[in-house]
Design a protein around this ligand. Structure first.
Ligand code: G4P
Length: 543
């Protein structure tokens, strides 16, 4: 299943038959591209698996078995790589459902890689906020929610693990509304408290969708739809309570409204048990019926690139294969306009140079199959992506450049040096590559010189990845010396000397041309401001 070394455009077979001769607009209208945001352990991998199962992309949940005893899911890419020692690289899972092509973009689970997640969120049209019924909104969920809100990404909320004891459903709605500011508008309402999940009220029809468990949740859970009378006869008080609560919601204006959902003001809510495959079907229907298809994207000059303009895309993620013998380095692009065809030669906006896309591939778990085209909303992996940087724009015919992907404010800093000074060439190449991929930010200054740049990270695990890859992939083991700076502010050239003269302050140049002043703590920032009342110091927050 390894692509040939020259690279071909490959993609999981689930949708290859879905590519017809429809125009670009029609194809784009059939696309739904989204990501799941959640706190670790809320059930993102389980949900991903269940979604793919329902969409018939795979036949049995957990069909890829890894370590003995623990069921592995298709989306457990990294974990599988480690467990099996093989290379699986993937950024998205694509499957068809009804007449729609769904692209589920993978987001890293660990908070240290939130910068990666941010970039992925720049490539989706909607997001699913997955909430653990027992825990409510957790830290990482809130952090990612803030990003979605900032970008105006419409959000669907799924309350997961309703099969286990958890919070009260109405209390959960209160929490969502108080902590996110969004109006929760449940589409379904649970019949049975958390831990006694019998089914849901379909709030649009008033019908009872009753779940019947399947063995271990490995197959699509059967469900039946009953009318209210039959539901009342079957479930008695439990049904009555569910209907009463649902009516209370209606009376307080918590009914679904498409316009406010798309505007990022309200969030449709579903109740689910991913592990039992309950409520997953409903999520797919919501994605198809309510989630937006790709819309025209704003270029750096503010103009909108129409969906049916010639091909354009931007790089939102770079990934290197874990297998060092195959330098398969993928640049993942999100198609924004036009038709992507294997073999086309696009222009790289940053350099104006041609970029041959025949060296391209896409992965689904570890399966790879060839397709010939992709449409707005789709993700394509380009091999030989070493000329590309995260944020780069590719286009055909009509020039366009999309805004650079915002960077997070780094909070961890370390000087990096080659352990073996004789390997300086490898060292430089490796550092430049990690920078292009956005693995870490790289800061340089005349003071520190080329041999000892400063790595800047949002989370310290980024350093571990950089250190590991320098040794294994670039054959240049490095040493890292942590610096005591904890925050960075943007400044300008005319303030460099004055700031460098301050104690506990240092100005360095980032790869994107931004000058960053590093401070040991916020007291030093305040002190520099006192010493230089007109100094330019701005937080480098993500745009
Ligand atoms: P993540 O990707 O968000 O980190 O979560 P993941 O899917 O790995 O799920 C975390 C744990 O929660 C797993 O249990 C998983 O089985 C469980 N889980 C996911 N969805 C549900 C659900 O709807 N109901 C219940 N009861 N549990 C759910 P684990 O203990 O890590 O593994 P396992 O031994 O149970 O498989």
């Amino acid at each position: 299943d390894r692509p040939d070394s020259r690279g071909v455009l490959v993609q999981h077979g689930a949708t290859s038959s879905a590519i017809h001769d429809d125009g670009v607009l029609a194809q784009a209208a059939r696309r739904r591209s989204f990501a799941v945001i959640s706190h670790p352990d809320a059930g993102k991998s389980t949900l991903t698996e269940a979604l793919a199962l329902h969409a018939h992309a795979i036949t049995e949940a957990g069909h890829i078995n890894g370590k003995s005893g623990r069921r592995h899911t298709v989306s457990d890419w990294m974990e599988m790589e480690q467990a099996r020692g093989i290379s699986i690289t993937s950024a998205s899972l694509q499957f068809s459902y009804r007449d729609t092509v769904i692209n589920l973009l993978d987001t890293p689970g660990h908070a240290d890689f939130s910068e990666d997640t941010y970039r992925v969120l720049s490539a989706v049209d909607a997001a699913v906020m997955l909430v653990d019924a027992a825990k409510g909104l957790e830290a990482q969920t809130m952090k990612l929610f803030a990003v979605c809100k900032h970008r105006g990404i419409p959000l669907i909320t799924v309350v997961n693990k309703w099969d286990r004891p958890g919070l009260d459903a109405l209390a959960l709605m209160d929490e969502i509304s108080e902590r996110t500011g969004l109006t929760p508008t449940p589409l379904t309402w649970p019949v049975g408290v958390a831990g006694d999940f019998r089914g849901v009220v379909d709030r649009a029809t008033g019908e009872y969708v009753r779940f019947t468990p399947s063995a271990g949740g490995a197959h699509i859970a059967p469900q039946e739809t009953l009318d209210a009378d039959a539901a009342a006869a079957l479930e008695g008080d439990v049904w009555t309570t569910a209907v009463e609560e649902s009516d209370l919601l209606g009376a307080s204006g918590a009914d679904h409204d498409l316009e406010s959902f798309l505007a990022g003001v309200s969030t449709p809510v579903l109740f689910a048990s991913a592990v039992r495959n309950f409520g997953v079907h409903a999520l797919l229907d919501v994605l198809v019926d309510l989630a937006p298809s790709p819309s025209p994207r704003a270029a750096v000059d503010g103009t909108l690139r129409a969906i049916d303009d010639p091909f354009s895309a931007f790089v939102f993620k770079m990934q290197a294969g874990m297998d060092t013998s195959h330098r398969d380095r993928l640049a993942f692009i999100r198609v924004c306009s036009g038709l992507f065809e294997r073999g086309m030669v696009a222009t790289l906006a940053r350099t104006g140079r041609p970029f041959a896309t025949k060296y391209a591939q896409q992965a689904f778990g570890r399966e790879r199959t060839v397709i010939d085209s992709a449409y707005p909303g789709d993700v394509v992996g380009l091999v030989n992506g070493s000329d590309l940087r995260v944020g780069d724009t590719l286009f055909l015919d009509k020039p366009v450049e999309y805004p650079p992907l915002p960077t997070f404010a780094p909070e961890h800093f370390a000087v990096v040096r080659a352990k073996d000074a004789g390997k300086y060439k490898q060292f430089r190449k490796g550092i430049a590559q990690l920078e292009a991929e956005g693995v870490v930010q790289v800061l340089r200054s005349d003071l520190r010189g080329d041999q000892a740049p400063v790595l800047a990270a949002v989370g310290p695990m980024q350093f571990e990845v950089a250190e590991h890859r320098m040794a294994t992939e670039f054959n240049s083991p490095v040493s890292l010396e942590r610096l005591s700076y904890t925050l960075a502010m943007k400044t300008t050239r005319e303030w460099t000397a004055a700031l460098n003269a301050e104690r506990g302050v240092e100005v360095l140049l980032r790869g994107d041309g931004e000058l960053l002043a590093l401070f040991a703590d916020r007291w030093r920032v305040a002190s520099s401001r006192r010493n230089h009342p007109t100094v330019v110091l701005e937080p480098p927050v993500a745009a």
